[in-house]
Design a protein around this ligand. Structure first.
Ligand code: PLP
Length: 385
């Protein structure tokens, strides 16, 4: 028999912890997707998603992970030869490039050093220089490095230029307030397993009027991802294919939870968690991968102390304290580790992670236990509004 252990706690950037109320809904027997009961739930979930995004855009729920919604965004707006500008701050900016190329786009890119954000004035110049850019892809929160981009300014510039903005808000929507219309965002995608506090399996795509205009002449082949089908079905309070009914019922609960806390307070909680974690890590002498100015409110990347390696730190955290943190991705694998703090995450979880990390580093030969990491985090919580 296995020894009794504490439950595994996910401090990774998705999947994230799921509230018990949501798990209970998922465990219920599924209801029919053509039933009046489900139609009512779908209508209410769609309205609540629009309310959370403060938008008049249509919103569709797709059964598949965030990348599916990214592909839907491209398949409905990009024709072979369309000029796309991709703002690449890491792995997920690169994903837009790969999908757009798969659909035959002519992709130009602005690349940024890992750990830095999009340079908005460089973007402004690029857009001024090149009037042929029709679409700009943006990663709001670059999960691979822990960088948040200035979506408000970027959305404004892209609209001024007249291009369409396609925004990946997979690890920001639901944690950060994104007023989609006010920020001039044409298409925004997100996923269930991040700040929306559900397991992986659903993605959502907001699709505005200007995107529909582009869609009408878009020549890319599509069937399952043809949003015209979704729009027609949604007008009849339904979906074109069998959706993940259990998760959509659970999403109703998740949106209620966010609504009852209020998105401003949800955002303030995430900002506070970021501040606490960064203060605690710094007080332990650890180096953070991203400067304060562009540090993500939902994910923090950390350099391992000299002579220690990331896999040992991760393994010891999991083995000794059942806390799971993430490695770096691609070229950053083994160079940084990442702590996710999005969705169903609270101050207690930050303090627990900091204390466990200190214990693990001590075990691995780097004693920081004399450093007041918890005190620094608690003080930062008091200061952070
Ligand atoms: C910023 C960002 N975009 C896109 C994705 C892709 O989402 P999925 O793995 O759900 O397809 C992720 C996943 O972590 C992400 O963090």
């Amino acid at each position: 028999m296995d020894n009794l252990k504490p439950p595994e706690f996910l401090m990774i950037p998705g999947p994230t912890p799921v509230p018990k109320d949501i798990l209970e809904i998922i465990a219920r027997p599924p209801i029919g997707h053509r039933s009046a009961e489900f139609s009512n739930i779908l209508t209410s979930v769609s309205k609540n998603l629009q309310a959370l995004g403060q938008t008049e855009s249509d919103v569709f729920i797709l059964t598949g992970s965030g990348t599916l919604a990214m592909e839907a965004a491209i398949a409905n707006t990009v024709s072979p030869g369309t000029k796309v500008l991709s703002l690449v701050t890491g792995v997920f900016g690169e994903r837009w490039v790969s999908i757009a190329k798969a659909y035959g786009a002519e992709v130009e890119r602005l690349d940024y050093t890992a750990g830095t954000a999009v340079d908005v004035s460089q973007l402004a110049n690029k857009l001024k220089e090149d009037k042929s850019i029709k679409i700009v892809t943006i990663t709001h929160n670059e999960t691979s490095t822990g960088v948040i981009n200035d979506l408000r300014q970027i959305g404004h510039l892209v609209r001024q230029h007249g291009a369409l903005s396609l925004v990946d808000a997979v690890t920001s929507f639901g944690a950060i307030n994104i007023p989609i219309d006010e920020w001039h965002i044409d298409v925004l995608v997100t996923g269930s397993q991040k700040a929306l506090m559900l397991p992986p399996g659903l993605s959502m795509i907001f699709f505005g009027n200007r995107a529909w205009t582009a869609q009408a002449t878009c020549k890319s082949p599509r069937f399952y991802l043809d949003l015209t089908r979704c729009k027609k079905s949604l007008a009849a309070n339904s979906t074109p294919f069998t959706p993940n009914v259990s998760f959509i019922c659970a999403l109703q609960k998740s949106l209620e939870l966010i609504q009852s806390e209020g998105i401003e307070k949800v955002q303030a909680r995430h900002l506070k968690l970021r501040t606490m974690l960064r203060a605690g890590l710094r007080s332990m002498g650890l180096k953070l991968f991203v400067d304060d100015d562009s540090a993500s409110p939902t994910i923090t990347a950390i350099l391992p102390p000299e002579k220690l390696n990331v896999s040992d730190i991760r393994q010891a955290l999991k083995q000794d304290y059942s806390i799971v943190v993430a490695d770096g991705q691609d070229s950053l694998k083994g160079k940084i580790f990442r702590i996710g703090h999005m969705g169903y995450v609270f101050e207690r979880d930050i303090l627990m992670t900091l204390a466990s990390l200190q214990a693990v580093l001590k075990k691995l030969g780097r004693d920081t236990t004399a450093q007041p990491a918890i005190k620094a985090a608690v003080q930062a919580a008091g200061k952070a509004k």
